[in-house]
Design a binder for this molecule. Sequence first.
Ligand SMILES: Cc1ncc(COP(=O)(O)O)c(C=O)c1O
Length: 373
Amino acid sequence: MSDLSRRRWIQKSLLASSAMLVTVNSSALNAVIESNKNYDGPLLRLNWNENPYGPSDKAKQAIIQALTGANRYPDSLVGALKEKLATVYSLQPKNFMLTAGSTEVLSLLGQHVGLQKGEILTPWPSFPTLIMFGEQTGASIRKVKLDNGDRINLERVKEAISDKTKLIFICNPNNPTSTELDTGELRAFLKTVPSDVLVCVDEAYIEYSKYGVKSSVVDLITELSNLVVCRTFSKAYGLAGLRIGYAISNEANIDALRNRHTGWELSAGVAPVAGASATLDDPQFLDMVVERNEEGKSIVTSAFDKWGLEYSKSSTNFIYAKSAGFHADIVDKMKENNILITKWPDMTEHIRISIGKPDEMEQFVKAVEQYVA
Ligand SMILES: Cc1ncc(COP(=O)(O)O)c(C=O)c1O
């Protein structure tokens, strides 16, 4: 599909959907809110893959400074951040859309397919936002089993592509399983996907990859007109509470996404945009975060090895561990210790533990030991 016909195709579905109000499953939202409720005493939040070190000092200074200009709309700052991102990736500002967290990109893409009643193909379990918004607006979802319960099998995804498939979602590294794909394999796969099937590669955790950001597929957007990559400042950059992320794609796809975006690309305000821009100039902060994350991770994996517990090799800031090694109610038991960890409904055999600071992981190890089966 040419860029022009793609744009028409996306815009047609946008117009058809303009009167539709999308609601999010309220029980899912309630569960999320409940999971962060304050219990007695200080909470150790190892459930949302947040960065315990951020924001960086440079980001904090920039945020405070930006507040004096908060009487103005953020358009010029947005433009400047897109210029900076374009330099970082050797692309053009028109290849970027800034959003309030990459959640907005995922929800837009999900709705885009849902409103055409198309099919979304996704390895499963994976990050559910795009799937959830797709499903609620009318998409059918085709889930592709993981290898060994934790690894995306691209051959199997390729075999599952049909004439109904409108979008393929690939989260790399994958949440909740923590594993990453071989970059060469992913790049080869992307080149085989028919050009009228969109592919969203969610790189929320790419900075934690063992290959670093070099394993990103962003550079392929100049070659593949169906590729949309989403990135976030919420994880390794430590700005989750400010809500800022972005989509990277060709101009036609970015225009189509922006036309659907309820915030008209101004949902990231002056503080998040200034913080994101400053943190891009602070590679030492990113290096420190990644290094200390590995330290925190090894505290947990050393204990799990000692206790003979199974877990996946993590390329992220969280660990995906087999739940069979623990008390059957491990999530609730940890909550009684004021430590929040995660078990999504589709994680039938696993739990997920986010990596905090090393002393927090020592605290986790001490508390969890009593629940090792
Ligand atoms: C894989 C993945 N993608 C996207 C997001 C959304 O992050 P944000 O909206 O904060 O950018 C998350 C959050 O946990 C995630 O794990």
